[in-house]
Design a binder for this molecule. Structure first.
Ligand code: CA
Length: 228
């Protein structure tokens, strides 16, 4: 499954992320409430794991916002204290389950599995894919691997994220600003002309050796990957 983790304690966020990845999931991290809302609004996640106490907007705010938008992604809320009011408030805000800190990563994995089962009965469609394909280009989100015609392509983290974003929207032009906001949210160093540079890098890697081009420059708009 693809899981969004919203947690401002970066060490804990990375620990949770690593645990979930070892459990076979694809993980996106967000470190404050605003970022959490931006990522959750993409509607590409199967489950959201979210701390209550966050800068900018709390986990409860995010949960209420999600449910207000009719986004029904299951939410597992992390609470700092074992306080009954926190749990009640979390569930009232639309959380599906909660876990009290500190917790064992095995318990988190078990809760996530249970939520996944509850939301998507065995064999049901609707879980988000862990691989993307455009033409003969494959992106394995779980292993962080790209292949063209079966041949592996080495990508940096930024190149991978950019390619993933484009491959999620085949045939749809994205502006430089959209790309920065969605591929690298919260990264103040990423400005829109960086996009041109990374598109150039990607072209060098995925369209080398005379392979048919997949990336297109859309004049006056930005970039897109051709439809499958
Ligand atoms: Ca926190």
């Amino acid at each position: 499954m693809r899981i969004l983790v919203v947690e401002d304690e970066r060490k804990l966020a990375r620990l949770i992320g690593r645990g979930l990845e070892e459990g076979g999931h694809v993980v996106d991290l967000a470190y404050d409430g605003d970022e959490g809302i931006a990522r959750a609004g993409e509607r590409i996640h199967d489950i959201i794991v979210m701390d209550i106490m966050l800068p900018k907007q709390s986990g409860l705010d995010i949960c209420r916002w999600l449910r207000g938008q009719r986004i029904t992604t299951p939410v597992l809320m992390l609470t700092a204290r074992d306080q009954i009011e926190d749990k009640v408030e979390g569930l009232d805000a639309g959380a599906d389950d909660y876990l009290t800190k500190p917790f064992a990563i095995e318990e988190l994995l078990a809760r996530v599995r249970a939520l996944g089962r509850r939301m998507a009965p065995a064999g049901a469609a609707g879980t988000h894919p862990t691989t993307l394909r455009v033409g003969d280009l494959d992106l394995d989100l779980l292993r962080h691997e790209a292949r063209r015609g079966g041949r592996p392509i080495e990508l940096t983290a930024r190149e991978f994220t950019l390619l993933e974003l484009l491959m999620r929207h085949p045939g749809q032009p994205l502006s430089r600003t959209q790309i920065v906001l969605r591929a690298w949210p919260g990264d103040s160093e990423a400005i829109s002309n960086v996009v041109d540079t990374y598109i150039h890098y990607l072209r060098d890697k995925i369209e080398s050796d005379g392979l048919p081009p997949l990336l297109r420059t859309v004049r006056g708009v930005g970039y897109m990957i051709r439809a499958s």
